[in-house]
Design a binder for this molecule. Structure first.
Ligand code: HT7
Ligand code: ZN
Length: 871
């Protein structure tokens, strides 16, 4: 396979002023005709390369109305030769087989309906085209299909014509006035139901909002609609961005490789991110729907109106849009809890990626298959980079930068450099030492040591930073890290800070861009405890010289919610890592039990933030702990044992507090108000703890709660609490859940996932049986992510010492690879960190990677991940 490099970027040889597409949708083969108004760029050689997949049958090419046969067809596309040197009309006719498409890229069928997925490079599976984001054009789309089977025919923009045809067929014509790259093209044809609402924009225009889904799911779309309306309003209020068409459509489909897609005015969503009722979806599902609906809507400006010059710039739209959806969700819910969740995900998944063989900068230098770069690095670390501009420039400065970005680049395909320039220029700021965030991979390691001088009344903070080596990048330079710092006085209050003779408030942002630097705060009347990297102001691994007492103090007093949580997590991490690295003699740290007791007791306070308390009670995940251990040492069984010991000890010692809190927060009836959601999360966290006790009464109580739950959040929490327990209640609960929900595929995915994740010994047999059962379908990505992805999260069974879990995953990847390379490559990623594990597991994983690599006809997707992992 060919590697593509950022340094080889060349602008397109032709621009496309206008594109007209006509789809004739049939059960056995769809014909696509395109008419393109092509304009040669200056210096054109008369050649034009059009991307096209091998699966696309070429029926004919005309230039200015005459057949054109001077072309060469290769495995990646078509090179047209001897083309006119002035603007010309190019017409191409192709035939494709959507009904055979299991890759779910291009045009395919999901539950009998036609739909498209063109990002990143799916349009080339529909027709021959310059399938690159810097080729922007207006599109008109005519769709023709059987009327009875496909009464709904949708594409981007406005409906300009429709009518009946002979033979029970009908057509629609759509016109999108905004220029766009073909990755934003979309088409849907199906027998769908719809809900409709309206939004009045800030300038008074009415926008019709529609959500389409299979008819039996129509009563599950209200939350997605509310989320859309809130997003539209928020973008106007926060960034002054107003929707730019009269119609906005969302379509939910069951078979989808990712979460959702921001096609211009026709967003296509994985149905799991649209459909929700309290009985069928959890609070976490509700939050995910709100966030993803917002994310796709926000792309209308950050991604669609201003798009990427090339795919190396992906973070330009994704990092910025994730930042925007994070801020939206923070405004709609509890800001502190949202930040904690986002940082946890970053630290577990992204820090691990940044320390492994797939480490890449947020603007990668090369790729084999672009789909492999829709990563936590490009998305989540990219969002952190955007957040740092805001931290450095302030809210107003950031807004000025955004305004200038749109003013300069509306309707263009641009680079991360352009975004950087807009931010710097709008604020007259020198941010040059910030630039390496785009080009360097690896998580900077920052140390912060504070010391107090009682005589001089100064507090000195010494910072150092090192960016670790990553594959292909042996030398690194320091990068600007905004380090937000406060000093907490002995009375638990933030001190007023003076730095370099200036009063700087109670939190100051240090612009730390050297290998080492020292900052001295003056006028510090009493010894403070420093609160460093408030709100996680930079995506770094921080080590401090804070003592256990300091951390306990910060847990109780820090005004920064993130650092209050972080102090507790640091205590728990230190304990767990000591246990994991120790001699197997487990001993609890009494200070931690006391601190946890105090956290739980906080729930009784009048204005307690229960969502925060639930979050603070959570013990660091196996993934997070594994990331903090040295290469070649990770033993998942030991991590599991140590976590189980800590949970069980806390449950035993705090049983009375947990039971009282559980009861106090159990509601009579479901409600979706924020306070009720918070209480639910606290109650279910308590049940989770109690499930660690070997007590038949707890299993009975959990089953009782499962059986009587009036909402999916409580049902799943109870089921989850039973899923690792060898007891009749578990068997009964899973069986009853199946009986109740087996007609709802989204709910069945939860059922599959919980069983797959179970750490009960030898659960692999159950997972293999589920794979053969009616609730599973290997062609449906959601089912694969739930069952196979869930299984990879089991410390005990995926990482079974005999290597059976690894062999099973490799078997599945080999099978999946023939059906859907994208999904297969996501699954194989569970092996990428094989070097991290102790020798017997790492060699077993490596053997499976080699077995996969030897498969004949391996997809480029899987080849790239496997070969980079083995390097
Ligand atoms: N921009 C969307 C990306 C996407 C995608 C990429 C590759 C393969 C399938 C895909 N489906 C959607 C999602 C987003 O970030 O909004
Ligand atoms: Zn996105």
């Amino acid at each position: 396979p060919k590697e593509i490099f950022l340094r080889d970027y060349k602008p397109p040889s032709h621009s496309f002023a206008k594109v007209e597409l006509a789809f004739d949708l049939r059960e056995q083969g769809t014909t696509v005709r395109s008419i393109i108004s092509a304009v040669p760029a200056s210096g054109s050689t008369g050649e034009l390369f059009l991307h096209g997949d091998e699966s696309v049958k070429l029926d004919g090419v005309t230039v200015n109305g005459s057949a054109h046969e001077r072309y060469e067809r290769g495995s990646k596309g078509l090179t047209l030769k001897d083309l006119p040197n002035e603007p010309f009309e190019l017409s191409i006719t192709t035939t494709i087989e959507p009904q055979e498409n299991t890759a779910l890229e291009g045009l395919y069928k999901s539950s009998g309906n036609f739909c498209t997925q063109c990002e990143a490079e799916g349009f080339r599976r529909i027709t021959f085209y310059q399938d690159r984001p810097d080729c922007m054009s207006t599109f008109t789309t005519r769709i023709e299909a059987d009327k009875a089977k496909y009464p709904v025919l949708l594409s981007n923009g406005n409906l300009i014509d429709s009518g009946e045809l002979e033979g029970g067929r009908h057509f629609t014509v759509w016109e999108d006035p905004w220029v766009k790259p073909c990755y934003l093209f979309a088409l849907v044809a199906g027998n769908l139901g719809m809900i409709e609402d309206k939004f009045k924009t800030m300038s008074g225009k009415d926008v019709t909002l529609r959500i389409f889904t299979e008819k039996h799911n129509i009563d599950k779309c209200a939350h997605a609609m509310t989320s859309l309306i809130k997003s539209m309003k928020w973008d106007e209020e926060t960034f002054g961005l107003e929707y730019d068409l009269d119609l906005f459509n969302i379509v939910a489909v069951d078979d989808f490789n990712m979460g959702a897609m921001e096609n211009k005015s026709l967003n296509i969503f994985n149905s799991r991110l649209v459909l929700a009722t309290p009985q069928s979806a959890t609070d976490a599902d509700y939050a995910a729907i709100e966030g993803v609906v917002a994310h796709e809507y926000f792309h209308n400006y950050t991604g669609n109106r201003v798009t990427c010059r090339d795919w190396f710039q992906l973070s330009l739209k994704e990092g910025l849009t994730v930042y925007r959806d994070q801020e939206f969700s923070a405004d709609m819910n509890s800001r502190g809890v949202k930040r904690i969740g986002d940082v946890s995900r970053l630290r577990t998944a992204q820090f691990a990626q940044d320390a492994g063989p797939m480490a890449h900068p947020i603007r990668p230098e090369s790729y084999i298959k672009m789909d492999n770069f829709y990563t936590v690095t490009v998305y989540e670390k990219g969002a952190e980079v955007v957040r740092m501009y805001e931290t450095l420039l302030g809210k107003d400065g950031f807004r000025k930068g955004m305004d200038l970005y749109f003013q300069r680049h509306d309707g263009q395909a641009v680079t991360t450099e352009d975004f950087f320039a807009a931010m710097s220029d709008a604020n007259g700021a020198d941010l040059s030492t910030f630039k390496p965030w785009y080009s360097q991979a690896g998580t900077p390691r920052v140390t912060a040591n504070g010391s107090y001088d009682a005589d001089a009344k100064t507090f000195t903070l010494s910072l150092t930073q090192v960016v670790p080596k990553t594959p292909g990048q042996d030398t690194k330079i320091p990068v600007m890290c905004p380090v937000a710092v406060g000093l907490v006085g002995p009375d638990g209050k933030d001190m007023e800070l003076t730095l370099d003779g200036k009063s700087v408030g109670t939190t100051t942002v240090l612009r730390f861009d050297k290998a080492e630097a020292t900052y001295t705060f003056t006028g510090v009347e009493a010894k403070p405890v420093p609160s460093i990297l408030r709100n996680f102001s930079a995506p770094v691994r921080l080590t401090t010289n804070l003592t256990q007492d300091d951390l306990v103090f910060l847990m109780a007093n820090d005004s920064d919610a993130f650092n209050r949580w972080e102090a507790g997590q640091t205590l728990l991490r230190t304990l767990l890592l000591d246990l994991i690295k120790g001699d197997g003699q487990y001993k609890m740290d009494a200070a931690i039990t006391t601190a946890m007791r105090a956290i739980i007791a906080g729930a009784k306070e009048p204005n307690a933030d229960k969502a925060f308390i639930a979050r603070a009670m959570m013990v660091p995940s196996a993934g997070e702990l594994s990331d903090m251990l040295d290469e070649g040492t990770v033993d998942p069984a030991k991590i599991h044992e140590a976590r189980t010991f800590v949970m069980k000890t806390l449950a035993t010692e705090l049983r009375a507090d947990l039971e009282a809190t559980m009861k106090a927060n159990s509601a009579e009836k479901y409600s979706n108000e924020p306070a009720d959601r918070a209480a639910r999360s606290l109650k279910n966290t308590c049940i989770g703890y109690l499930s660690y006790l070997d007590d038949a009464a707890i299993a009975a109580m959990t089953y009782e709660r499962f059986a009587s739950a009036d909402n999916m959040t409580d049902k799943i929490a109870a089921l989850n609490s039973l899923s690792d327990k060898e007891c009749d209640e578990r068997i009964k609960a899973f069986a009853e859940f199946y009986e109740e929900w087996n007609k709802d595929p989204l709910v069945m995915n939860k059922w599959l996932g919980l069983q797959a994740m179970s750490n009960l010994p030898n659960n692999i047999a159950n997972v293999k049986a589920l794979m053969e059962g009616p609730a599973f379908d290997i062609k449906n990505p959601n089912k694969v992510y739930s069952l196979i992805g869930g299984f990879c999260a089991s410390s005990v069974n995926f990482h079974a010492a005999d290597g059976s879990g690894y062999e099973f995953l490799a078997d599945v990847v080999i099978k999946l690879d023939d059906l859907n390379g994208q999904v297969a490559s996501r699954m194989v990623s569970a092996f990428t960190r094989w070097k991290k594990y102790e020798p017997s597991r790492s060699s077993a994983m490596r053997a499976q990677l080699e077995r996969i690599r030897a498969k004949k006809g391996l997809s480029e997707n899987v080849f790239e991940i496997v070969s980079k992992s083995l390097e």
